[in-house]
Ligand binder design. Structure first.
Ligand SMILES: Nc1ncnc2c1ncn2[C@@H]1O[C@H](COP(=O)(O)OP(=O)(O)OP(=O)(O)O)[C@@H](O)[C@H]1O
Length: 407
């Protein structure tokens, strides 16, 4: 590339009055050729200059970016709480301080409450972080087809029937609901003591309706993902829309939907915001297509009534502790793969397990098998079940009992 500063001389047309017609014509022709030549040369130079300009612009952009990075090298993570006329209210992760700040105009349109953002030392928002962050993956358990079937669940046949009616039927035969002119229930709330099969039931109905199972634990939203609750709830519904047909399962919903307490700590405000997000997602649920939502709690008494209104969790299903017959069925399910001696009387074992949940009974079966192994036997005998029950009673002692009692 030549970058000579001087421009080529401007060609001059010199005509002598003495010249003949033919000479004049020739002089004009030559002049024309010179002009064309100079023009070509100028065009080449222009092209070079433009190329050079492009190179310089790339350098400038690069430097600008570096400068930006240097200026904002230590960014902190925060969540957008609210968009107000005066600016954006954010809360920094790790401390609960709320700050009113400004944002670069180029980001304005993209911001929504609940977004995770990167802020600089002066709290100015520099960047909106991607939705697909680690916490989204961590906070949600997604299973294409959970390996639980209705036949694996014992003692709650009536509850299975109700859940199928509220979840499976609308997913499989939406037209039937339309023809008859009834709205399927918006959300199903399973309530009852711990370990009675609520999660199993939600997994089984997702599996048997060929729906993706997406689980989120309410307790984790408030303990582990502080400041991200409402965003994660929004992501949960977005993910379900991407994966429909889908069953959303919110375990321990009481953690985000408890009756309002009087204290006004920011922790409570945050839980409140998470619940509001959940309510607004459910209110806009009609248009969401093939998504059903199930929640579970063992603290039904603590729930805020707002979540039980029509259009939200409007189908309540109690999943109680199993009765004798139920316990027998659960014991059969959990020992069907075990080599149990013919003379074991399952109904007698079950009768002794009064107050045991399905989860407790599963442990009794496993523990009975362990006793047989310890005794170097290949068959599980009646006494193994009794010893297992005694052992678990000793181990469980207080904690579990207290929870059961509270319920
Ligand atoms: N009705 C049941 N039939 C068969 N197994 C059961 C039943 N209930 C519980 N179990 C056993 O207990 C385990 C835990 O059950 P599950 O997680 O479904 O209970 P949950 O009601 O959701 O409990 P939590 O309230 O503590 O979340 C299951 O994996 C299963 O092994």
């Amino acid at each position: 590339m030549s970058h000579s500063p001087s421009l080529p001389d401007r060609p001059r047309l010199e005509l002598d009055p003495e010249m003949s017609e033919a000479e004049r014509l020739e002089a004009i022709r030559q002049h024309y050729r010179r002009i064309v030549h100079v023009n070509d040369e100028l065009e080449d130079r222009l092209e070079d200059a433009q190329g050079r300009r492009g190179d310089l612009k790339t350098d400038v952009d690069e430097l600008k970016r570096e400068n930006e990075v240097l200026k904002t090298s230590s960014l902190y993570i925060a969540s957008v709480e609210e968009m107000t006329e005066d600016g954006v209210v954010i809360k920094q992760h790790g401390n609960n301080q709320e700050v009113l700040t400004q944002t670069a105009t180029r980001l304005d349109a993209d911001l929504r409450p609940g977004d995770r953002v990167a802020i600089n030392d002066s709290f100015a928002i520099q960047q909106v972080l991607d939705d697909e962050t680690d916490s989204r993956a961590q906070a949600m358990e997604v299973t294409e087809s959970p390996d639980v079937e209705y036949a694996d669940i014992g003692g709650i046949d009536e509850q299975i029937r109700e859940v199928r009616e509220a979840v499976e039927d609308p997913l499989e035969n939406p037209e039937q609901f339309e023809t008859v002119g009834v709205e399927p229930p918006s959300g199903v709330l399973l309530h009852g003591p711990p370990g009675t099969g609520k999660t199993m039931l939600a997994k089984a109905v997702a599996n048997e309706s060929d729906a993706t199972f997406i689980k989120m634990a309410g307790s984790e939203l408030v303990r582990k993902f502080i400041g991200e609750g409402s965003r994660l709830v929004r992501d949960l519904f977005e993910l379900a829309a991407e994966r429909e047909p889908a069953v959303i399962f919110i375990d321990e919903i009481d953690a985000v939907a408890s009756k309002r307490t009087d204290s006004k700590t920011s922790g409570d405000a945050e839980v409140q915001r998470t619940m509001m997000q959940l309510l607004s997602e459910m209110d806009g649920f009609d248009e969401r297509g093939e998504i059903r939502i199930i929640a579970a709690t063992n603290r039904f008494d603590m729930l805020d009534e707002a979540i039980l209104r029509p259009g939200r969790f409007d189908r309540l299903i109690e999943v109680p502790e199993p009765d004798t017959e139920g316990r027998e069925r659960i014991l059969e399910i959990h020992s069907q793969e075990m080599n149990v001696a013919d003379d074991v009387d399952v109904s007698e074992v079950a009768a002794d397990l009064e107050g045991y949940s399905g989860a407790d009974i599963a442990s009794v079966a496993t523990e009975a098998g362990m006793f047989a192994i310890r005794d170097d036997r290949t068959e599980v005998v009646q006494e193994d079940f009794e010893r297992a029950r005694e052992k678990l009673q000793d181990v469980e002692g207080t904690d579990e009992q207290v929870i059961h009692y509270q319920y």
